[in-house]
Design a binder for this molecule. Structure first.
Ligand SMILES: CSCC[C@H](NC=O)C(=O)O
Ligand SMILES: [Zn+2]
Ligand SMILES: [Zn+2]
Length: 415
């Protein structure tokens, strides 16, 4: 006889092969639709880009005029190198001590199932929400969300949801406090290119392309070091500084067995992953790139692809307040504390999620994945989540969803 419990349902969801570059979106969506309908929730699937569906699950509140609450998660996962895992990454194998191994166990299939399981329990207890609760399942987050949340957030469907407050994924904590995130860093893809005189490999001369590029590489490494030093000295956390990491180098004259070794090439380029915290000044960064990292006097050019915005339409850094000015913050905080949980100091997320598309609309959003006493394994080999941690997360969401959806708002504001 097949068991059907929150854990086996989690394992089922983890079994779908949702890794890039060919994520299966149909199977997990039909599973989620079945789950949602069995709980008595309505579902709607929308394709803004063909083959890349967005699922919206809805639990209607008693007051349709009040703004709704949205819980988001992504359907897709990063790839996994199966031969480097102790259990196959889509087997969702559960060890005797309760560790469930799967790509996506932490990032972020846990919350996708916990949202539904907590509503199942709230319904069973007879709870009914004042505000409407929506859960969204979006594709393509791991590759930037451009064909997923970016399109959804820009749609009239999204506007019609009338979202007043939203939650999205966060990260695990090896310690015993729940982490919560009020902003994401913004990614820039930076490519710097150098041109220079070609010449014999034996010749010493100025203005070779490689030489020009290497000067920039050194300058960028120095800047990277100054930022990293703030972290090492404990002055800032990883996500509060600007990170710049080289991700590829491209140069050389190809030959049949590698590269021609006695030619200095006329072109060379390097690619960087750059992340800026919301307070960073994008213009200062651009000036540094133009004047120091890729100056035309050294025959250099560059391209920056900004994969998100740092400022909203009023020029304010895109972040959610975690103080008295944001009433949702205290509702959330109290709901977590009501379960006996402790919240860590709110943080900026070092990486980037779909949360940025929602915050950009001016909607307050907190990143949160209730996983304490858990090593941070997202994008790593042997990603796992302990069964008891998963189950405790359901209880945390019961408290969070019931509190947020019951929040009447503050007297003179419709929030
Ligand atoms: C260009 S946005 C990239 C989004 C991606 N998100 C998860 O890892 C990240 O690299 O942070
Ligand atoms: Zn994620
Ligand atoms: Zn991820």
């Amino acid at each position: 006889e097949e068991e059907d419990t929150p854990i086996t349902r989690f394992q089922q969801y983890l079994g779908f092969k949702t890794a890039h570059p060919n994520p299966n979106y149909t199977a997990p969506i039909s599973f989620l639709v079945d789950q949602a309908q069995s709980i008595g929730l309505t579902t709607r699937t929308i394709e803004y880009v063909s083959g890349k569906p967005v699922l919206v699950v809805t639990w209607l509140g008693s007051d349709h005029k009040l703004p709704s609450i949205l819980f988001n998660s992504h359907l897709d996962s990063v790839p996994a190198e199966a031969d480097k895992w102790i259990h196959p990454p889509f087997s969702a194998h559960r060890t005797l001590d309760g560790l469930i191994y799967a790509r996506g166990a932490q990032d972020d299939k846990c919350i996708g199932v916990q949202y539904l399981e907590s509503i199942r329990n709230l319904k069973a207890r007879g709870f009914s929400p004042l505000r409407t609760v929506h859960i969204s399942y979006v594709p393509e987050e791991e590759i930037g969300g451009f064909d997923g949340m970016a399109k959804f957030a820009a749609s009239s469907d999204f506007t019609e949801l009338n979202v007043g407050f939203a939650m999205d994924e966060g990260q695990a904590n090896p310690g015993d406090e729940f982490r919560v995130f009020f902003a994401d860093r913004t990614p820039w893809e930076l490519v710097i290119r150098a041109q220079g005189f070609p010449g014999h490999g034996a010749k010493l001369y100025d203005n070779g392309a490689m030489e020009n590029l290497m000067k920039s590489v050194e300058l960028i490494s120095k800047f990277r070091e100054t930022q990293f030093d703030f972290v090492k000295a404990g002055i800032a956390s990883n996500s509060e500084v600007i990170s710049v990491n080289p991700v590829y180098l491209k140069a050389g004259t190809p030959s049949s067995n590698g590269f021609v070794m006695n030619m200095q090439p006329s072109e060379a380029e390097a690619g960087y992953d750059l992340r800026l915290p919301p307070m960073a000044d994008p213009d200062v960064m651009k000036k540094r790139i133009a004047e120091e990292w890729a100056p035309s006097v050294r025959n250099m050019t560059y391209t920056i692809k900004e994969k998100g915005k740092l400022r909203d339409h009023l020029g304010r850094p895109i972040m959610t307040a975690t103080n008295g000015s944001n009433p949702w913050w205290s509702v959330f905080k109290q709901a977590v504390e009501a379960t006996g949980g402790k919240l860590a100091k709110p943080e900026i997320l070092a990486s980037t999620t779909d949360a940025r598309y929602i915050r950009t609309l001016g909607i307050p959003l907190l990143g949160f994945s209730p996983m304490i006493n858990t090593p941070i394994l997202l994008h790593d080999h042997n990603e796992f989540l302990k069964d008891t941690v998963f189950l405790e997360g359901i209880e945390v969401y019961e408290s969070v969803i019931s509190a947020l959806s019951s929040f009447e708002g503050v007297s003179d504001q419709v929030i």
